[in-house]
Write a protein that binds this ligand. Structure first.
Ligand code: TRP
Ligand code: SF4
Length: 330
């Protein structure tokens, strides 16, 4: 039996190179290793935080679909779908909500942190508290074994496992307990050296034009101890050097020693990097142009994926209803 993989992203903004290395490349690898992969655009999860600004979600769904496919996810190999087009997720979410103790949700560290930190939105809602219950439904409705996620999502996966155990205990063995697949790539910092994030305005997006990429890179923070051109640099503390490791790995030894010996200046070092990133994202840019030209075709791809997902989801819902006894006429 093929292993089943599921992961998803919330359509709350365009994807950046952090997503590419932290998630998409890993997803693509799993797809090409022959796993049965489900990759979801979690529009209902987006609604849980963006409910007062919900008109943007639709545009981001489109953007993210383009980001997914242009970076190598293949709608013929993987099932790429929109969460709300598979309404069975909501049914399973409701059933799970009946068996999930509220304290499980209240003590979830991700929840506590976000309610505490995000001040510009009121997240004291029923839906936001239940966010991980919906995530459990997303995963378990396909009986996924493996979930490629970032470390920050581990508490949600633990809750998924608890819900699976609880359901199995109450109604009989039904769901596997899925495992996380963590990415090995180190986190790419933003151009200012902080965490790369839309809200810090420090991200390089997959959709950025070559000019914008070069301009962003030219503004990158460098080794703060290297003030004058003649000062020796400390590449290990420089975000530009970290980027070179990823985008320009063949030249890495040379850059390291040229920086330490003040042979190369930061302006030239960044110029070189900008060109490398532009080159690296060339294929993605090309595919994206084509996808953007045919939005109707894009939507068709997503509908096709959603219908495929729905067939499996409906089977699981039938089984769940049978086991819980909420099924009539059978
Ligand atoms: N919560 C995830 C995030 O913010 C998105 C998500 C929704 C997800 N459902 C999922 C991830 C199921 C993995 C599996 O990134
Ligand atoms: Fe960083 Fe390059 Fe400047 Fe060295 S030369 S400090 S690696 S930008």
């Amino acid at each position: 039996m093929k292993k089943i993989v599921l992961s998803g992203m919330r359509p709350t903004g365009p994807l950046h190179i952090g997503h590419l290395f932290g998630a998409l490349k890993n997803w693509e690898k799993l797809q090409n290793k022959g796993y049965e992969c489900y990759y979801m655009i979690a529009d209902y999860h987006a609604l849980s935080t963006e409910y007062s600004n919900s008109k943007n979600i639709k545009n981001y769904v489109e953007e993210i679909a383009i980001d997914f496919i242009s970076s190598g996810l293949d709608p013929e190999k993987s099932t790429i779908f929109i969460q709300s087009l598979v309404p069975e997720h909501i049914e399973l979410h409701l059933i799970f909500s009946m068996i999930t103790p509220v304290p499980y949700l209240e003590r979830n560290p991700v929840y506590k942190e976000q309610v505490e930190e995000i001040k510009d939105k009121d997240l004291h809602t029923y839906g936001f508290l239940g966010y991980p219950v919906l995530q459990a439904a997303d995963i378990l409705i396909y009986k996924a074994n493996s979930v490629p996620i970032g470390i920050d999502q581990l508490p949600h996966l633990e809750l998924t496992r608890e819900i699976a155990r609880r359901f199995n205990y109450l109604y009989g063995e039904t769901f596997p307990e899925p495992e996380a697949i963590l990415t090995e790539t180190p986190k790419i910092p933003g151009i200012d050296g902080r965490k790369m994030s839309k809200s810090y305005n420090n991200a390089i997006y997959l959709k950025d034009s070559p000019e914008i990429i070069k301009e962003k890179v030219s503004k990158m923070f460098t080794d703060p101890k290297r003030i004058y051109r003649k000062d020796p640099g400390h590449p290990e503390t420089c975000p530009v050097f970290l980027y070179h490791k990823i985008f320009n790995s063949v030249k890495i030894k040379e850059i390291e020693s040229d920086c330490k010996n003040a042979i190369i200046g930061c302006t030239d070092c960044k110029k070189m990097l900008g060109e490398k990133i532009v080159e690296y994202l060339e294929d993605i840019r090309k595919k994206r142009k084509e996808l953007e030209k045919n939005k109707k075709g894009l939507l068709e791809k997503l509908k096709y994926g959603s219908e495929k997902a729905r067939k499996i989801a409906q089977k699981t819902i039938l089984e769940v209803k049978e086991k819980t006894g909420i099924l009539y006429g059978k």
